[in-house]
Design a protein around this ligand. Structure first.
Ligand code: MTE
Ligand code: MO
Length: 448
């Protein structure tokens, strides 16, 4: 139970400009801190004297502020609502360490500023291989065809109006780019959780199960074991999806995101939702689905999004995002300003189903305590965890370790590298460590 009589600690958010020039240079030079478990001290104890907060003489209590003594703004001053001006630091950011080539780039979700599990649509990360478009829904079409007519008897072209008349569903799912946390393979000490893990978002998506469309078009499930999804942008984004994922009803052709139409950056007016699978398969501006009898080995699955293994072989189609978690508060770039109580909070997810348990360590993985999960825990969605922690002012290393309903345990860096080697870019789900020093500064370190 939370003992609210404990003195709360205070946290300074990461600075507005997360990366100083010096940090950018450090990132570029690949400098980072390595730590070994054996060097770490034992965890903090949970005894801190109680203290009341001083309120005497506080003008915020004694005087009426202007918002109490003046007229407020009328309704519909903003026909579409916006966040408070005091939240202007909570934005998507591009990493100065990553090059932008034309429209091809990525912006990261500010995970350090989020609550619960839903990513507000305006803060959803973006990954475009060839920039984004605001497509006229009246001119958008979705073609469904077979690689030959025996695989799909009645090829069709749907308008948005056609699609939105069909029986729809709404489900909450995370989407994570396969390259999320990718720089950490190369020991680059990316300074904040926005950059280490921010190619991750979670929304309620609304749309029609792809299965409904395929059955409407007379699919032959016996022979048509794969679908190819194609986007309408200039990136020739095409990905193969195994038919099992479609047949179980999970893959959706979605137009809704968090109760409104998709944002243009996220695929307006139509995107594929492939729960548990890496972001690249969530084809945006979806314009065509083809049913085939074998995987297509397109450029985005034969050359990109593959894993170079220690044997020297490339692994293809490793598309399911394995169980992973990260502490977002406190996290890199933030500063603990006082000893005392903190609600350590973060996110856990698994492409294989629900999160079963999250453990948190404050001593770099020697001792673990089980965190509280915010329910209801949902299938292939982010799960928020929280745990009480009293910082005693001494150096500490915070880590979280998630376990999913299949029993899979999130690996340490040592365990992951033993299987995957060191040359990967994609699919890094290792345990993240945040080091806290006596000054309260929090930074990104790797515990092997
Ligand atoms: N048509 C199209 N679909 C696309 C992409 C793209 O560039 N073009 N990027 C993919 C990648 S790599 C990812 S990680 C996700 C990102 O989705 P988001 O931008 O909505 O976060 O979209 C995927 N779908
Ligand atoms: Mo991606």
């Amino acid at each position: 139970m939370v003992d609210i009589t404990r003195q709360p600690g205070r946290l300074r958010p990461a600075p507005e400009n997360f990366l100083s020039e010096e940090q950018v240079r450090a990132v570029a030079a690949g400098r980072r801190d390595f730590l070994r478990r054996s060097l770490l001290a034992a965890g903090a104890t949970l005894t801190v004297p109680m203290a009341a907060r001083a309120s005497e003489g506080d003008s915020n209590i004694l005087q009426n502020p202007e918002w109490t003594t003046t007229l407020g703004q009328p309704v519909a001053t903003r026909p579409y609502g916006l966040p408070s001006k005091f939240e202007s630091n909570v934005i998507r950011r591009e990493s100065p360490g990553l090059a932008r080539v034309g429209g091809a780039s990525v912006s990261f979700t500010p995970l350090q500023s989020m609550f619960g599990i839903i990513t507000p649509s305006g803060l959803h990360f973006e990954r475009h291989h060839q920039g984004w478009h605001d497509i006229d829904p009246a001119r958008h079409r979705l073609m469904v065809n077979g690689s030959d007519d025996s695989l799909l008897k009645k090829p069709k072209v749907y308008t948005m109006d056609d699609l939105m008349r069909l029986p729809s569903v709404s489900r909450i799912h995370f989407v994570e780019c396969g390259a999320n946390t990718g720089l950490e393979w190369g020991n680059v000490a990316v300074p904040t959780v926005q950059y280490t893990h921010g190619m991750l978002s979670c929304s309620e998506f609304s749309g029609v199960p792809l299965k409904v469309l395929l059955e409407d078009c007379g699919v032959d499930y016996k022979r048509g074991r794969y679908v190819l999804a194609e986007g309408a942008d200039g990136s020739s984004m095409t990905r193969t999806i195994p038919m099992e994922m479609v047949e179980n009803g999970e893959v959706m052709v979605a137009w809704g995101q968090n109760g409104e139409m998709l944002r243009p950056e996220n695929g307006y007016p139509l995107r594929l939702v492939v729960p548990g699978v890496q972001g690249v398969s969530w084809v945006k501006w979806l314009r065509r689905i083809e049913v085939g009898d074998k995987p297509y080995a397109t450029k985005d699955e034969a050359v990109h999004y593959i894993d170079l293994l220690p044997s020297g072989l490339h692994r293809q189609y490793s598309s399911i995002q394995e169980c992973k978690s990260v502490i977002a508060t406190p996290s890199g770039g933030q500063t603990l300003l006082a000893k005392g109580f903190y609600n350590v909070s973060g996110l856990a997810w698994s492409g294989r189903g629900k999160i079963k348990q999250v453990d948190v360590s404050a001593d770099g993985g020697i001792n673990w305590r089980t965190a509280r999960l915010e329910g209801p825990v949902q299938n292939k969605a982010l799960t928020r965890f929280n745990i009480d922690w009293v910082w005693d002012g001494k150096p500490a290393i915070l880590q979280s370790r998630a376990i999913d309903e299949t029993g899979y345990v999130q690996p340490t860096y040592g365990q992951l590298r033993a299987v995957r080697g060191t040359k990967s870019i994609y699919h890094n789900n290792a345990i993240q460590s945040w080091k806290i020093v006596e000054s309260g500064e929090v930074s990104n370190v790797q515990v092997l």
